[in-house]
Write a protein that binds this ligand. Sequence first.
Ligand code: ZN
Length: 377
Amino acid sequence: MIWDDEKWKGLVGELVQMESPSGFSEGIEQVQERIVNELSGLDLQHRFHRTENGPILEIFREVEGKKGALLLGHADTVWPLGTLDQMPFREEGNRLYGPGVLDMKAGLVVGTAAVQDLTATTPFCWLITPDEETGSEASRRIIQKRARQASATFVFEPGGGDGSLKIGRSGVGAYRMAILGRESHAGLEPEQGASAIRELAQQILWLHSLENRVLGTTINVGVVEGGIRPNVVAGSAQALIDIRVRTQKERDRIEQLLSAPPQFDSRVRTEYHGSFSRPPMDHDSRAQVWFRLAAEIWERISGLALSGINVGGASDGNFTAKLSPTLDGLGAVGQGAHARHEHVVWDFMKWRYALVKELMEQAEEDEKDEDLRINWT
Ligand SMILES: [Zn+2]
C-alpha cells in the first residue's frame, strides 16, 4: 500500500467526531470498534478486556517462536461530551483541528495505517486503552504484562512540534499535606494556640528547598486551605502537592523525606499522604539503540533530523520503560494537546506511518536468539 492521504484524513475525522472522554465507555468502544473494522480484512486477532474504566482492545498477530513490538494507544480524551459543538473537527491548510485530534486520535491512525501495511508475518500486539488520561489504573497490569513479552514498545503519544520523540518522562507524585495544630483565641490566649497555618507556610518553604531543577525535580503546591476565622489560631490546614521527578533516585529521595518531615513547631503534627502514580521513564542503553535506529529511518524518509526531548508529562511509556525498550511520541505531530488550539500538522503523518511500520518490522525477533538482531551495547 502507498499512503493514502484522503483515506486516512477521513478516518481521523471520523474518530475525532466520536467523542470519547475518559469514563465514557460507549464512545471509547466506538473508537475501538472503528479500528477493528478498518483492519478487518487482515489476518489479525482481537479481543476486548472489560474493566471498570471501560474496554481495553487488544489487536495482535502471533507468530510461532517470534516476539514482536508492543504498540500502545489510548482511545480516551480529556475533552468532555459536547466539546465538539464549540470545537468542531476542521481542516485549515495543512492542519487538522478538533478535540483529541493530536492526543491521540491521529496517533491511532498512524498505528492503523502501519499495521495495515505490515509484512504479513510480523508479530505484534497493540493495546488501545480507555483510561490513559486518568492514570491507567485499570490498564496498567496488562500494559506491563505485554511489555515483558515484547521486544520493544512504541507509544503513540504526540511527538514534539518538530517531530522529536519523547525519550524521558517525569514520574508524577500526588501528595496531600495534612497539619493538625491547636486552636485558641488570637487575642486573649495566643500562646495557648499552635498555628497549623504557620506550620503550613514553613512546610511549603521546606518543600521548595527539595526541588532540583537541574535533575528535573519540581514541586508545586497547587492548593492550600486551613483555619476558620481571623481571630482564631488555626487548628488545621492542608495543601495539595504535585511532584515531578526524572529519575528513580530522585523519587526515592523525595519519598524518604516526605515520610519523616521536619517539625517547625513541636506541638503541631504534620503528615504527608500520597504516592507516585507513574514511575519516571528514562532512556536506558537498549532504548538508545532503538532511538538511533528511528533517527536513521526518519532522516531517510523525511530528510529531517530526529531529536529526543525530556518532558514533564507522563504516559503509559512510564510503565514500560523498565520492562522493554520504549520509544514514546511516535504518534502525530502538532501542538496544543489538552488545549483549545489542539491540532495535527498533516504533512508529518505519512512519515510517522512509514517510521512506525519499519520499526515494527525491525522489532520482529526470534525468541531463542533475540540478541542477534540488535546488539545491545
Ligand atoms: Zn495521550
